[in-house]
Each structure stands twice: as C-alpha cells, then as structure tokens.
Design a protein around this ligand. Structure first.
Ligand SMILES: [Cu+2]
Length: 142
C-alpha cells in the first residue's frame, strides 16, 4: 500500500521542481537587466523614487533646454513621477525605471508621485532652471 504511493509522489516532486525551474527562468528573463530601465542613462538627470521620497528633492537644470531625466523606482511599491502631476513616467513597478524628457524650463517647477497621498508625504522634486552660461557655484543658495 504505502510503497505503491512512492511512484506518483516522486513523479509529482520531479514535476514540481521542473515547474519551479521554468518559473525561475521566466522571471529572470522578465526582470534580468536591460529592459527594466534600471541601468543609468548617460547625460540624464538621475532621480530615485522610494518610500516615501524623491532623491534628490531638488535639482538644477540648464534653463531654456529640454532635459532628460532617468527615473528609477528603488522602492517596494509602485511609484511614478509626473511634471506638475501631469506628464512623466508611467506607474513604475519596484525595481523599474523610465527615461523621460521634460522642458525647456524657464521657471522653477515641481514633479511628484501621483499615487494618492505620496506627494503630500514628500514624494516631490523641485526643478530649478539655472542660466547655462554662468558656472554654478556650489553652496550659493538663496
Ligand atoms: Cu509614490
């Protein structure tokens, strides 16, 4: 009795392992670097999303130019980043990123996460255009 059940159980076990392996391969393909948008983008302003922040919370960009931003969600839940809450990334899954182009900037603007409550909790970045001709003096705030 007992011994006859070993056969089917062993087969089931082997099938389960095979299923797990194929699932692992599938997820490796789906999230394995390349098209998840995580890789740094040369020349882009890097912005990091997390719980609950945008890092950095303030960036300076050349005035009067379009600027490429690379937005990466390093948090554990979905976030996005939209200029004035309107134009920007899609809703990004954790460990995913997207490159967006905003501008040209002439006045200080803000971008934030549109997930309800996140902007209020601090997921907002201030974008400050600075004259491209004048070299920026670090620490020259206010
Ligand atoms: Cu968010």
């Amino acid at each position: 009795m007992r011994s006859s059940s070993f056969g089917p159980l062993t087969l089931l076990g082997a099938g389960g392992v095979a299923l797990l392996v194929s699932l692992a391969v599938l997820s490796a393909v789906a999230c394995g670097g390349g098209d998840d948008g995580l890789a740094p983008v040369p020349g882009a302003v890097e912005l990091e999303l997390g719980e609950i922040f945008v890092k950095p919370f303030k960036v300076e960009v050349p005035a009067g130019q379009k600027v490429v931003f690379h937005v990466v969600n390093k948090g554990t839940v979905q976030h996005d980043l939209k200029l004035n809450g309107q134009t920007g990334t899609k809703m990004l899954d954790p460990r995913h990123g997207e490159t967006v182009e905003w501008g040209p900037f002439t006045t200080t603007v803000q971008a934030w996460c549109t997930v309800p409550g996140h902007k209020q909790a601090g997921m907002i970045v201030t974008i400050v255009p600075v004259a491209a001709a004048s070299p920026t003096a670090p620490g020259q705030g206010q």
